[in-house]
Design a protein around this ligand. Structure first.
Ligand SMILES: *Cc1c(COP(=O)(O)O)cnc(C)c1O
Length: 360
């Protein structure tokens, strides 16, 4: 069977050349005589893979030297707990922007460990926009300020990164890491589950400024301590060795393509093709405020559940899969992460046009 265009929100499409490289190296990795899956995580051959993976991410994101990079388990969701556990100790208070479902879950989790102030929220409007960051009153005595740069379910993105003064800014970048350039020095800590824009599920990238290490609450499980994990190169216990190797292949793919600035151009082009058609269409509408539209997740609706269902079927018939929207929004959602080629988006628009014509 041919490969389909997979618009899933996560786990999501992976570049075909990355999968082919993994296939080629599956049984015997380079001259090592064994699969990456069979290597001891303490072996020199695996440590080389790990160090290369870290170096590639550092280059791609231009991560300054005073940041630690880790590849941990437990997904982005474990960091919802790790963030307060590692940082709340300072004074037991944190600011959160409630801009989507994952932001909300993170704030609810953090309440177990301290006082959470929701400094802005778009929850009452079903998260159809990101609150204006310039209007936010940040608490200067907060241990940290928390945002979600791209809201996967609702298809919104922070058009601007807030200035939080001396309060470290923490960002969940799970669904848009490496899709556009961010100045890492503006953040105290960044985390991202790998299964959207990096590789397979099971790895979470954690980037922490060094001065924020070592403040964890005393009962923090050792696997969740950033200080301990950083000191041990993410290997307090056996890491997801194969997942990290797959991340390495993903990073190499992105580097060879020209890096983050280059992929961002392509991402802007892809999103533009889709939004332009949605804006022109009489059948499909975007539920999101224009200035907050995501480059990665594009929800759209017809306003009629039967038509939505018919369109989703029509897509599947045409080799476009996983286009059904999240239940909180309904309709459709096309996730067009880094690995989704422009051709996939063009094909989607063609199919939307044909469906609109047939259903006029
Ligand atoms: C997918 C996602 C998560 C959850 O990731 P897991 O790895 O499943 O825990 C958290 N935040 C955002 C923004 C996401 O897109």
């Amino acid at each position: 069977m041919d490969r389909v265009f997979n618009f899933a929100a996560g786990p999501a499409t992976i570049a075909e050349s990355v999968l082919e490289k993994a296939q080629k190296e599956l049984v015997v990795y380079q001259d090592k005589g064994m699969s990456v899956m069979e290597m001891s995580h303490r072996s020199a051959m695996y440590i080389d893979i790990y160090n290369e993976t870290v170096a590639l991410l550092k280059d791609l994101m231009k991560i300054p030297d005073n940041y630690k990079i880790m590849f941990l388990q437990g997904g982005a969701t474990l960091q919802f707990s790790a963030v307060p556990m590692n940082l709340m100790g300072e004074n037991g208070k944190a600011d959160y922007v409630d801009s989507g479902n994952f932001a909300h879950l993170a704030a609810v989790e953090a309440q177990k460990y301290g006082q959470v102030n929701i400094v802005a929220s778009s929850r009452d409007d079903n998260y159809t926009y990101v609150p204006d960051v310039d209007a936010i009153q940040w608490n200067q005595d907060a241990a940290y300020a928390y945002i979600t740069t791209n809201n996967t379910i609702y298809g919104t993105r922070f058009p601007k990164i807030p200035e939080t003064g001396n309060v470290p800014l923490i960002a969940d970048m799970s669904s848009n890491i490496l899709s556009e350039e961010y100045d890492v020095s503006k953040f105290g800590m960044i985390f991202a589950g790998a299964q959207k824009n990096i590789g397979p599920a099971g790895v979470c990238v954690v980037i922490v400024r060094e001065d924020l290490l070592g403040k964890e609450l005393p009962y923090t499980p050792k696997l969740m301590s950033w200080a301990l994990q950083a000191k041990n190169d993410s290997m307090l216990n056996t890491p997801n060795t194969y997942g990290i190797y797959m991340a390495k292949l993903g990073f190499e793919w992105l580097r060879d393509l020209g890096g983050v600035a280059a992929i961002n151009k392509i991402n802007v082009e892809k999103a533009q093709i889709l939004y332009d058609y949605i804006d022109e269409s009489k059948l499909f509408k975007s539920p999101v405020k224009a200035e907050c539209r995501s480059l990665m997740n594009v929800p759209f609706v017809t306003g009629d559940a039967d038509k939505d269902a018919a369109f989703i079927k029509y897509c599947t018939k045409n080799g476009l899969v996983n286009i059904k929207g999240h239940r909180n929004v309904g309709g459709m959602r096309a996730s067009i992460y880094n690995a989704m080629p422009v051709e996939g988006v063009k094909k989607l628009v063609e199919v939307m046009k044909a469906f609109e014509k047939e259903n006029a």
